[in-house]
Write a protein that binds this ligand. Structure first.
Ligand code: ADP
Ligand code: TRP
Length: 321
């Protein structure tokens, strides 16, 4: 099964991103033919700073490689290294009714928030359709906010195929319902916009501990049993634990021998340990940016072959010499 995921490089990753999106993606590599790219053309719709966009793109590549994207198994590239996608975007534009784009929730939400609409923001779903259709994608794992974009891709592909024959594979979205919403330090959904996130790559253990200490907890005096249910520390810690270790932690809560401070320390250790290998890999990549460039170039080369084949078919179908 050919699976495509697109990554918006938007800065530091937090453990909500990890458990909600990255871990399931990394696990997919074992089972499916995974294609993953960094959607830097998409980021242009909101970017205001060229240096920052370059940095974010490169950092995202390093973070994903460190956390487990395996270039031996997964084709991993930067969107702009396969610019054929922009040609397809134009071809698909003809099959994209204005009304379809006007109904896009993500566009309407952005306009409602006061973002001044421009054509790139408006036609964002057509570029996403081009990403997906360029490589005969069968499945697209997405968050709920992106389902409509995959549906629009199908609509566009059906219209194109009706006119020119079966050129495009119709993709399906996959939403992983098992993935829970990871809470932040205030118990609300962890998000970089709510200042409640715990980042995956904290510079030092001390900083990570400081962040964990900010998790909201009640003030039960030491010596009394603690309630693990509904405790934000427990909820975050349990992401890192198998069933046996969860039961052990529950027993520690009930024993009354430890306070929230102990559990915050334990949580810091769990997080630090979980990402220790990724941190080492990340250091190595940061010290060897050429290796990262080589990996991305290899991915782009593989994609170039696929993209050229598909574009030859599309050009011929529509009558471009
Ligand atoms: P943020 O809310 O921090 O801006 P993004 O919207 O960039 O996060 O999310 C990137 C990916 O991470 C999405 O697939 C999203 O579903 C997932 N994700 C983000 N926050 C959480 C969370 N708290 N719990 C589960 N998944 C999350
Ligand atoms: N729009 C997606 C997001 O914001 C990123 C993306 C761009 C994408 N092109 C894609 C995702 C193609 C899947 C397939 O998260």
């Amino acid at each position: 099964m050919r699976v495509l995921t697109g990554i918006q490089a938007s800065g530091k990753l937090h453990i909500g991103n990890y458990f909600g999106a990255m871990k399931p993606m990394i696990e997919l590599q074992e089972k499916e033919e995974l294609f993953t790219f960094i959607a830097n053309y998409h980021s242009l719709t909101t970017s205001k700073n060229a240096t920052l966009l370059k940095e974010l793109t490169f950092d995202a590549a390093i973070d994903y490689l460190s956390l487990g994207i395996n270039p031996e198994k997964t084709t991993f590239w930067v969107q702009s290294d396969v610019p054929q996608v922009l040609e397809l975007y134009w071809m698909l534009s003809k099959f994209t009714p204005m009304g379809l784009l006007e109904r896009a929730h993500s566009y309407k939400d952005k306009v409602a928030k006061g973002i001044t609409a421009n054509h790139a923001l408006f036609s964002y779903p057509v570029l996403m359709a081009a990403d997906i259709l360029l490589l005969d994608t069968e499945k697209v794992p997405v968050g709920k906010d992106q389902i409509q974009h995959v549906e629009m891709t199908r609509d566009i592909a059906v219209k194109f195929n009706n006119e020119y024959g079966e050129i495009f594979t119709l993709p399906e979205h996959v939403v992983n319902e098992d993935v829970a919403t990871i809470p932040g330090i205030d118990g609300q959904k962890m998000s970089k916009s709510y200042d409640n996130a715990i980042d995956i790559f904290m510079e030092t253990e001390k900083k990570l501990q400081k962040r964990c200490n900010k998790i909201l907890s009640s003030s039960t005096p030491l010596g009394e049993p603690l309630e693990y249910q509904g405790c934000h520390i427990y909820n975050i810690a349990s992401l890192f634990l198998d069933e046996n270790r969860k039961v052990e932690l529950q027993a520690r809560y009930k024993s009354g021998e430890e306070g929230y401070g102990h559990f915050k320390k334990y949580l810091k250790e769990l997080i630090w340990e979980e990402f220790s290998e990724a941190r080492e890999k990340r250091e190595a990549y940061l010290n060897n940016p050429d290796l990262v460039k080589d990996i991305l170039n290899d991915g782009a080369k593989k994609m170039q072959i696929i993209a050229n084949n598909k574009m030859a078919q599309v050009r011929d179908a529509v009558g471009i010499l």
